[in-house]
Design a protein around this ligand. Structure first.
Ligand SMILES: Nc1ncnc2c1ncn2[C@@H]1O[C@H](COP(=O)(O)OP(=O)(O)O)[C@@H](O)[C@H]1O
Ligand SMILES: [Mg+2]
Length: 420
């Protein structure tokens, strides 16, 4: 399991934290003021949306200032008693031999209900008597639960970083990882994250897996992944709904058109209906839906759509009589569609190579793709030197060489011989 990049590339000093310059400055000045005397506010309350660097700022600050950071999460200070246990630590800024100390109560939003009221009360007392800086962090400082607490704190708002700030952070990571990226690809990830740097970094790592070069096409599947999660839920609701209306309602949430939804349902029925009689009934319902689909195509009479939809949703759901979901069953992308899109990509590539051949051999690109390409493939697989000569003559791109050779090592060898 590779290390998450949010950890690997976590800022270790304040200058690496992107965005929120003013807020960070406010925090730094407040911590500095402790060197003179105990300041008016003994606690700072940092608040703002998740994933923008609230925690990491406090950690980096402690490192920059060489302070001992005592970090606690909601689970550590759930009760009054637990808070009081931490109180002792707050009674000293520095002792003769130790570093200056800073105490962080992180993720205050995690405190729930009345059971924690005592915890908040105890926290107020700890702050009132603190001899060292205390930092609180929550998403929303204006939650009524924190109203008393707020009076004792210097409030510091953290805002979402801008798209270009997120991009800068992503660029730095790519630099360190030795990955080339398209400006547009980074922009796509940054925009999608809506200022949540944590999720932007996680997305970047997911698309960069095993790649040294990231293009816009590589990142566009992130959008698809979101839609895929939606469709999985829709399928689950259709396959396991106990009512017709539940199954029908699910279809209205799918973000794909009815034809595509039918493909998804058809593809996944066999793995979700184990009982052969139920399976037969479910497939029968889908087959009938498909008949209506054909009728709609032919007649352009869209009023048939409701029969198609009812059959493929309610019809499928009602096929289940007694069987229960059998553990966790993954969903599959419709193979028919992926085969189609794969062969489309292939056709595009073949035509591009065909065009290169046309330029030199004066035959049509389609004919070149059909008649010349198979021979090139044999050459590229068996004779790298000859392949290199041909690739150079035809001015093939590395992607084309890879497509013809169908092998990474061979491609590298040919590229080396050409000197690209
Ligand atoms: N402003 C930022 N600058 C650099 N990295 C960040 C920033 N914000 C978040 N990150 C990355 O995301 C991770 C989570 O950030 P964190 O500080 O825990 O967010 P928050 O506490 O605001 O929810 C960090 O470890 C870091 O890798
Ligand atoms: Mg945090």
């Amino acid at each position: 399991m590779p290390q998450p990049w949010t950890i690997k590339h976590k800022p270790t000093s304040l200058k690496e934290v992107v965005g929120n310059r003013e807020a960070v400055q406010k925090l730094v000045e407040w911590v500095r003021s402790w060197d003179k005397d105990v300041p008016k506010h003994r606690a700072a309350f940092i608040y703002g949306p998740p994933g923008i660097g609230k925690t990491v700022t406090v950690e980096a600050l402690a490192k920059d200032f060489n302070m001992e950071l005592i970090e606690k999460n909601a689970s550590d200070y759930r009760t009054e008693e637990a808070v009081r246990r931490i109180a002792g630590l707050a009674s000293q800024y520095r002792s003769l031999f130790s570093a200056k100390r800073i105490i962080l109560f992180d993720e205050l939003d995690g405190l729930t209900g009345s059971a924690d009221k005592g915890g908040v009360k105890a926290m107020v007392e700890v702050i009132q008597n603190a001899r060292c800086p205390i930092v609180l962090i929550a998403n929303n400082a204006y939650d009524p639960r924190f109203s008393i607490l707020r009076n004792y704190c210097l409030l510091i708002e953290f805002k979402k970083p801008t798209i270009s700030e997120v991009m800068r952070h992503l660029k730095n990571i790519c630099l360190k990882e030795g990955i080339h990226t398209d400006e547009n690809a980074l922009k796509f990830i940054a925009q999608r994250s809506e200022g949540d740097i944590r999720s932007a970094v996680t997305d970047l790592q997911a698309v960069a897996e095993g790649k040294k070069n990231i293009t816009y096409e590589d990142v566009s599947w992130l959008g698809f992944r979101d839609r895929q999660e939606v469709i999985f839920n829709v399928l689950r609701m259709i396959f396991y709904s106990k009512t017709c209306s539940g199954a029908k309602h699910a279809a209205s949430m799918a973000e794909v058109d009815p034809d595509m939804l039918l493909e998804w349902i058809y593809e996944n029925i066999p793995s979700h209906f184990q009982d052969p009689h139920e399976l037969a009934r479910a497939l029968d319902a889908v087959a009938k839906a498909d008949v209506y689909r054909g009728r709609i195509k032919r007649t352009q009479d869209w009023s048939f759509t409701r029969y198609m939809l009812d059959l493929m949703t309610a019809g499928v759901a009602m096929s289940r009589v007694s069987s229960k979901p059998s553990g966790w069953v993954p969903f599959h992308f419709p193979t028919r569609i992926s085969a189609l899109s794969k062969s489309k990509e292939e056709r595009v590539m073949q035509m591009e190579i065909g065009r290169k051949i046309r330029r030199k051999c004066h035959i049509s690109a389609a004919r070149a793709a059909k008649e010349v390409l198979p021979y090139l493939r044999i050459i590229f697989k068996n004779n790298a030197k000859m392949a290199a000569g041909i690739a150079k003559w035809l001015d093939l791109t590395p992607e084309m060489i890879y497509y013809i050779a169908e092998d990474e090592a061979k491609t590298e060898e040919i590229k080396r011989l050409i000197g690209i």
